[in-house]
Design a protein around this ligand. Sequence first.
Ligand code: HEM
Length: 204
Amino acid sequence: MNFPWSRLLKPVVFLICLIPFAYLLTGVFTENLGANPVEYLARSTGDWSLRFLLIVLAVTPLRRITGWRFLIKLRRMLGLFAFFYVTVHLLVYAVLDLTLDWSFLLEDILERPYITIGFTAWVLLIPLAVTSTNRMMRWLGKRWKTLHKLVYLIGLLGVIHYWWLIKKDLQEPIIYATILFVLLAMRVNKKYFNSLSVLASKLP
Ligand code: HEM
């Protein structure tokens, strides 16, 4: 299925992806982020990082089920937005929370398991962001696909990171973990979901 407004699709989705960031920036400048703005920023950018990772993982299964080929055109941009939000999340923590105290940051990365996992996920995202260009895709050939499968592991690390830091109410990490599990199951069991897409295409 091709939308007639396909030329507008990318810029429109780009602007939509910027809304959470614009909202947070506005909050910073209007001093409207509650009693603990740094915590608010860390949490909100963490949430958006995970959401974007799951959105990226949902692109291929959704395209298979719906047949909407235009979704593939958005995958790279959504992936880069995931990297953008995780990087902002890391910067909020390193700059605003730890005031760029590198020894504290290193200590946290080494000694607090949820930070270790979050940081590992961010490091693993770097090669994916760097190799997201067409040129890199051509240069890496088949290896590109293998490398980009890392995004599943990164999603898993993101969910573990969240699960680990929450002490009481696990409701949200459970929701994210369930979505991730379904997306991974779709990936593993392609045949089953391909037949779902055939069924969907026969719907009126
Ligand atoms: C793929 C990478 C990452 C994802 C998906 C992610 C996601 C999240 C999520 C969902 C939260 C909880 C938000 C909430 O309470 O609603 C969070 C919190 C947090 N993350 Fe991450 N994160 C990632 C990487 C990192 C990195 C690299 C660091 C720092 C080195 C970090 C440090 C923190 C901290 C300190 C909190 C607690 C904030 C607070 O409660 O004050 N995260 N993250």
